[in-house]
Design a protein. Structure first.
Length: 267
């Protein structure tokens, strides 16, 4: 993998990680078309870490707020209004637990999906976004509860499969389970933080292997591209979520998925 390829894959990761089009699916398909062979899994995870940094910066005020709420709860000095923050924390913990269970269960399947299957899952993501975009906003504007956290966490676990968008599936699951549209995007990306960190820690054992296949400066360039493009994509997506425009991406995913499925089926 050379510098330009790493920057391209990093930019693609930053674009597709937040836009609901499946970053892992696009990376896998791009690697196939570019004849890169299998992209090192840890390289994929490090690109996710770069986009995770964009999430942390974008939602820094909310993250700090939740940390303070938790600290006050543990010190038994709650303030008025902390109940909503603790509800969000409970939902995040429940969602993270379910994500881990499902992610571990299907991890090997995700690594070995053929391109034609990934293409079909792109179509599935498009249909899911189309359905959720027509779902009416919930009247409640508070944080999601534990049950909603479990539902959205399950969607995030299935997002391990290339072709199923993590952001798209979690935002859609949030909307369909009654989470307010303006909170759905925030909850989806906050839930991604422990999932990405956990995957990164588990794959650290492959760091030596990655160093032998991807030079440090190439890796750094890919991560920088993922961070910059990811931050800009996140700002754009949050705006679309608030306006109820997620269905726009179905116009790309469904035809692209069908076309690629036919292509890979024939070849």
């Amino acid at each position: 993998m050379n510098l330009l390829e790493a920057v391209f894959l990093g930019a693609l990761q930053g674009l597709a990680e937040f836009l609901p089009v499946s970053s892992s699916g696009h990376l896998a398909l791009a690697a196939t078309f570019m004849n890169l062979g299998e992209v090192p899994f840890l390289f994929d995870i490090l690109l996710h870490v770069a986009t995770l940094a964009a999430v942390c910066i974008f939602f820094r005020k909310k993250i700090v707020s939740l940390i303070l709420v938790l600290a006050r709860f543990l010190s038994r000095r709650p303030r008025e209004g902390d109940e909503d923050g603790m509800r969000m924390i409970g939902a995040l913990l429940a969602g993270t637990a379910v994500t881990a269970l499902i992610g571990f269960a299907i991890k090997d399947v995700a690594k070995n999906l053929p391109p034609v299957a990934i293409s079909v899952l792109l179509v599935f993501t498009g249909v899911l976004l189309l359905v959720s975009s027509r779902f009416k906003m919930s009247g409640r504007t508070g944080s999601p509860g534990v049950l909603q956290g479990l539902i959205v966490g399950a969607a995030q676990g299935l997002g391990v499969l290339p072709g199923i968008s993590r952001s798209g599936s979690t935002i859609a699951a949030s909307l369909l389970s009654g989470v307010d549209r303006r909170i759905a995007g925030e909850f989806s990306f906050l839930l991604s933080i422990p999932a990405i960190l956990g995957a990164f820690i588990l794959e650290l054992k492959d760091a030596d292997t990655l160093g032998n296949t991807v030079p440090a400066y190439v890796l750094a360039a890919g991560m920088l591209a993922a961070f910059v493009v990811g931050y800009l994509s996140l700002r754009f997506l949050i705006s679309l979520i608030n306006r109820g425009k997620l269905g726009w991406f179905a116009a790309y995913l469904i035809p692209a998925g069908i076309t690629l499925a036919i292509w890979f089926g024939v070849h």
